[in-house]
Design a binder for this molecule. Structure first.
Ligand SMILES: [Zn+2]
Length: 361
C-alpha cells in the first residue's frame, strides 16, 4: 500500500473540501469529522494525515507519494509526529488520562503534552482523537485549552459519531466536516470483500439493514447472528413446524446476541428479511424451475421441491408469506416488542398452505 487513502471508500465531498483547503492554504487547526459509526472516518483521518506529512504530495489531489521517508514511516505506523488516542475498550468515556497523562504524571505525558513539543521530523504534528464525542467534561476541558492555543502547525482531527455530544465550546473552535453513510453499492462491495456475505443477495440483504455502516453490517454478520439466521432457515424448511415455539427460541437468542433494544430490533428485522429471501427463492423456483435463483437460499429450493403443490395456488401463498414478513418488519419499526412480533409472524408462517391440509384447531 502506497497511500492510506487506498483504504478510504466514498466520501468524495469531504475529500474535495480538504483538497481545496490545502491548495488554498486555508487548512485550520481543528476539525470535527462527524458522521455515523463504521463508515470510514478514522481511515479518512489517517489518509489525510499521510498527505499532510508527505514531502512530495501530488499538487492537484490528495495523493501522497508513498515513497518519501515521511510516507514510509507513516505507513509503517512509526511516524513520530502522528498521535492517535481513543477510548479504552469496554469503557464508556474517553478519559482525561489520554490527554493529560495518568494522575501521577499529569501534564507530563498525554496528547496535549505531545502536541506541545516541536515536531520531530516534518513541519507539523497531527492528532486524531477517535470517539471524541465520548470525552467526559474533564477531558473535553483539557482539550479545549489546547484548541484555544493550538501549538503552531498542529492539526487536530476529532472523530465523532454524535456531533451534538461535543461541548459547544469545542464545536465552536473546530470546523465540522460531515460524512455521509456509505452508498449501498460501496457498502455491498465492502461486505463481499470482507467476507461478511458470500452471495450478492446476502450482501444486498445486509446492506439494506446496515444504514450505510460497515460496523452495523459486521455486527449482523457476526457468528452468533449467522447462527440465528441458520436456525430460522432450518425451521422454515420443515414441512411442519411449531411457529410459536420457534419464535420464542429465536426471541431468546436475539436477546442474548444483542445487548440493547434497538439492536435487538435490528436483528429481528434482519431475520425477517432473511425469511423474505427464503420465500422469494422458493417463489422463483416455482416460476422459473429451470433457472437457479440469483443468490438464492439453497434450503428454500429443497423445501419447495419437497411440497407437491399446484403452481397458481402456491404463487399466491408464497406471496402472502412474503407480505406477512414485511408486515412484521413494519411492526418492528413501529416499536412493537420483538418477542410479540416474532411470535405473531411465525405462527402465521407455520400454517400449512390453505386447502392442502385440514386446519388444525
Ligand atoms: Zn510521501
Amino acid at each position: 500500500m502506497k497511500s492510506a487513502w487506498d483504504l478510504v471508500r466514498g466520501h468524495e465531498r469531504p475529500k474535495a473540501a480538504f483538497e481545496h483547503a490545502i491548495q488554498s492554504g486555508r487548512l485550520t487547526q481543528g476539525y470535527v469529522l462527524s458522521g455515523p459509526e463504521g463508515i470510514g472516518k478514522q481511515l479518512f483521518a489517517r489518509g489525510l494525515a499521510q498527505v499532510l506529512f508527505c514531502q512530495e504530495p501530488a499538487r492537484d489531489s490528495l495523493s501522497p507519494c508513498g515513497e518519501c521517508p515521511a510516507c514510509r514511516s507513516f505507513l509503517g505506523g512509526a511516524h513520530p509526529d502522528f498521535h492517535f488516542v481513543q477510548r479504552d475498550p469496554g469503557k464508556r468515556e474517553l478519559s482525561v488520562d489520554k490527554l493529560l497523562g495518568p494522575k501521577e504524571q499529569r501534564g507530563r505525558t498525554g496528547l496535549c503534552h505531545d502536541l506541545s513539543l516541536r515536531p520531530h521530523e516534518g513541519s507539523r504534528k497531527i492528532a486524531v482523537i477517535n470517539d471524541a464525542d465520548t470525552m467526559n467534561d474533564e477531558a473535553a476541558n483539557a482539550l479545549l485549552k489546547t484548541l484555544e492555543e493550538p501549538p503552531e502547525r498542529a492539526v487536530i482531527l476529532l472523530i465523532a459519531g454524535n456531533y451534538d455530544a461535543l461541548l459547544p465550546t469545542i464545536r465552536s473552535r473546530c470546523q465540522v466536516v460531515r460524512f455521509d453513510p456509505l452508498p449501498d453499492d460501496v457498502l455491498s462491495e465492502l461486505i463481499i470483500e470482507q467476507g461478511l456475505a458470500t452471495t450478492p443477495t446476502e450482501a444486498a440483504a445486509l446492506t439494506a439493514l446496515a444504514n450505510g455502516s460497515l460496523a452495523v453490517a459486521k455486527h449482523l454478520a457476526a457468528p452468533a447472528c449467522r447462527d440465528l439466521r441458520q436456525k430460522m432457515l432450518a425451521a422454515l424448511s420443515q414441512k411442519q413446524w411449531n411457529g410459536i415455539g420457534v419464535a420464542r427460541d429465536l426471541a431468546a437468542a436475539v436477546e442474548e446476541a444483542a445487548s440493547d433494544v434497538p439492536e435487538q430490533r435490528l436483528l429481528a428485522t434482519w431475520l425477517l428479511r432473511a425469511a423474505v429471501e427464503f420465500y422469494r427463492t422458493a417463489l422463483w423456483r416455482v416460476v422459473h424451475p429451470a433457472v437457479a435463483a440469483p443468490g438464492g437460499i439453497v434450503e428454500a429450493v429443497k423445501w419447495i421441491d419437497s411440497l407437491p403443490l399446484d403452481t397458481d395456488a402456491v404463487v399466491d401463498w408464497l406471496g402472502s408469506l412474503i407480505e406477512r414478513c414485511l408486515q412484521a418488519v413494519g411492526h418492528l419499526e413501529q416499536n412493537v416488542g420483538v418477542a410479540l412480533c416474532l411470535e405473531a409472524a411465525f405462527a402465521d408462517l407455520a400454517r400449512p398452505m390453505p386447502g392442502t391440509t385440514p386446519v388444525r384447531k
